[in-house]
Ligand binder design. Structure first.
Ligand SMILES: [Zn+2]
Length: 261
């Protein structure tokens, strides 16, 4: 197995994880993700390029601002590391395919939206509206370049299917599930549709299973009451990531045990 591709994707993931930290903090506030440059929330000192190297800078600075010594949350390097590892895993799983750029965008978007939803209980349209068409275009073109017109057709269909299924659930039980989750399911359908219908089913069903289990656990332990909204997006994202990395073996194991395969 070629290791150059996962390694390269991992480095790209670290860098985009660093940008993802900016997106996670600024997009919910409607702030620009380009300007101003990142600054220390303690003293306002701009963070120099040498102190902005993903993960490494945080370790070298021992988690403190160079100017004022204010602690920098471990969540920043952790997010970068997670993004780097996820990108490497996706590249490992997908290999040398033209679908890879689109699937890396999917992975990045899932991570960013999961963290934003967990923090703010919102899935911002400012991300889904512009990035869903970019994702669809990257994947459809990728599928065509791979010589797989069936996948190119399946991508928009699976996107619509994911959107429609969650829309039906959201309309049937408005509490808990919002339009943000419906749009996220559309994005997940687009992305996993590039791989196959089996992956789409595993991803969405996995998300429901995780979200439902978490909701029951939170209610049962009294950590949340029935009145609290439990953000569903992070579980949908987690299910989709699982399907992205392991959907094929899960589908094959199911078909084998059910005797359908
Ligand atoms: Zn500072």
């Amino acid at each position: 197995m070629e290791v150059a591709l996962p390694l390269l994707a991992g480095v790209l993931g670290l860098l985009l994880g660093s940008f993802g930290n900016v997106v996670v903090h600024r997009v919910p506030e409607g702030a620009s993700v380009v300007r101003p440059r990142s600054a220390c929330p303690g003293c306002g000192a701009e963070i120099a390029a040498r102190d902005n190297v993903p993960v490494v800078s945080w370790l070298l600075l021992r988690g403190r601002c160079r100017a004022c010594g204010e602690p920098i949350s471990v969540r920043y390097p952790l997010f970068e590391l997670t993004c780097g590892l996820l990108f490497a895993a996706v590249a490992w799983r997908v290999g040398a395919s033209w679908l890879l750029p689109g699937l890396l965008l999917l992975a990045w978007l899932l991570l960013v939206l999961a963290v934003i939803d967990a923090r703010t209980r919102r899935i911002p349209n400012a991300l889904t509206y512009p990035l869903a068409p970019v994702l669809a275009a990257l994947l459809v073109v990728g599928a065509l370049l791979d010589g797989d017109p069936a996948a190119a057709l399946r991508i928009p269909l699976a996107g619509l299917a994911g959107f429609a299924v969650l829309l039906a659930i959201a309309l049937a039980s408005p509490r808990g599930m919002g339009m943000g989750d419906v749009k996220l399911a559309g994005v997940i359908g687009l992305g996993l549709g590039a791989l196959g219908w089996g992956e789409v089913v595993v991803g969405l069903f996995g998300g429901f299973l995780l979200g439902g289990t978490a909701a029951i656990a939170l209610l049962a332990t009294g950590a949340r009451s029935r009145r609290d909204a439990i953000p569903f997006g992070p579980y949908l994202a987690l299910g989709a990531i699982a399907a992205l990395l392991a959907g094929r073996p899960i589908v094959e194991a199911y078909l084998a045990t059910s005797g359908l395969g």
